[in-house]
Design a protein around this ligand. Structure first.
Ligand SMILES: Nc1ncnc2c1ncn2[C@@H]1O[C@H](COP(=O)(O)OP(=O)(O)OP(=O)(O)O)[C@@H](O)[C@H]1O
Ligand SMILES: [Mg+2]
Length: 129
């Protein structure tokens, strides 16, 4: 299992959500974020000496995925979030040790929905109908 998180432009959120849904990813968390990507042009001098970083409005999406979903998830985000201009964002993929569904106590892959490639294909077929 992996915890995939990504930082994207707010105006790409609708298309990223649609691409994720088509890839079978329906469990996710979206947070409004404020970020800096190391850009130099936004560093400004204030009151003579202080350097102040300017932060940009971003969206953070977090998804816990079983292994068969990882590549499709990353591809969906890249395709839907990319404009080609600086500031398109980043994707982070981290190992995920444990997932627990609170209602049932199910653990790991059983706590992630859906869990197989077959289920993903079924989901995306249903989404296209
Ligand atoms: N190393 C990082 N760690 C955590 N968050 C980051 C990191 N780099 C970028 N981000 C987040 O992603 C947002 C967009 O970053 P950005 O796309 O500008 O990255 P970049 O490396 O400068 O790439 P680009 O050259 O395309 O601009 C940032 O505002 C920040 O929220
Ligand atoms: Mg940048």
């Amino acid at each position: 299992m992996k915890l995939i998180s990504c930082i994207i432009r707010p105006d790409r959120l609708a298309s990223v959500k649609e691409a994720l849904f088509r890839a079978g990813i329906t469990g996710l968390t979206i947070t409004r974020a404020s970020g800096h990507g190391g850009e130099r042009d936004t560093v400004t001098v204030r009151r003579g000496s202080k350097l102040l970083m300017q932060f940009h409005e971003k969206i953070k999406i977090e998804m816990a995925c079983s292994e068969p979903f990882v590549a499709a998830t990353v591809n969906a985000i890249i395709t839907a979030a990319r404009t080609g201009a600086v500031g398109d964002g980043k994707i982070f993929v981290q190992p995920l040790e444990q997932v627990i569904r609170i209602r049932t106590g199910e653990r790991d892959n059983a706590a992630l929905t859906p869990v197989t490639v077959a289920e993903v294909q079924k989901h995306s077929l249903e989404a296209q109908r």
